[in-house]
Ligand binder design. Structure first.
Ligand SMILES: [Ca+2]
Ligand SMILES: [Ca+2]
Length: 162
């Protein structure tokens, strides 16, 4: 019984080996979630979402000022890019902004004073935007930009070595 348990814990530890503090390596934890700030491979909104999905995550969806502040602090810290996609769009119906995964309206928003303005009549995807002090801006979904992936954090890996 005990041997089986140790074997199981060893396997779990191996699987979680590339993780730390409940998040994959290089992901940043805040609360119960892990975030990856992808700057080296700019993608349009759709491709950014696919990139996150392939890593068992989604474009970040922001529920609170606390989460928003954490993200803004991270992206303004070092080598900030011009924009960072978040998982919010009004692609389906103009002016009806919805989080991608839940198709629900945001309960919290951080639009810049001039956003969303639907400039050019087809700005349907939202990003943190440097020219607007990293508040949210609606932009053309086809623009290639940095982006933020989010996943739920796992509980702390069991320390088998003890
Ligand atoms: Ca729009
Ligand atoms: Ca805009």
């Amino acid at each position: 019984m005990e041997k089986k348990l140790i074997l199981l814990l060893t396997m779990v530890s191996f699987i979680l080996g590339a993780w730390s503090a409940g998040c994959p390596d290089h992901w940043k934890r805040h609360g119960n979630y892990c975030y990856a700030f992808i700057q080296d491979v700019p993608e349009d909104f759709i491709e950014a979402g696919s990139f996150c999905e392939r890593r068992n995550s989604k474009l970040v969806e922001i529920e609170s000022a606390d989460e928003n502040t954490f993200l803004r602090t991270q992206i303004t810290g070092t080598h900030p890019q011009e924009g960072y996609w978040i998982g919010l769009s009004d692609i389906l119906f103009e002016g009806d902004w919805l989080w991608t995964s839940s198709q629900t309206s945001p309960s919290y928003t951080d639009w810049s004073p001039t956003s969303p303005n639907n400039a050019g009549h087809h700005q349907d995807c939202a990003m943190f935007y440097a020219p607007e002090s990293f508040h949210w801006n609606d932009h053309y979904c086809t623009v290639k930009a940095a982006f933020i992936c989010e996943m739920e954090a796992q509980t702390e890996p069991v320390d088998v070595v003890g």
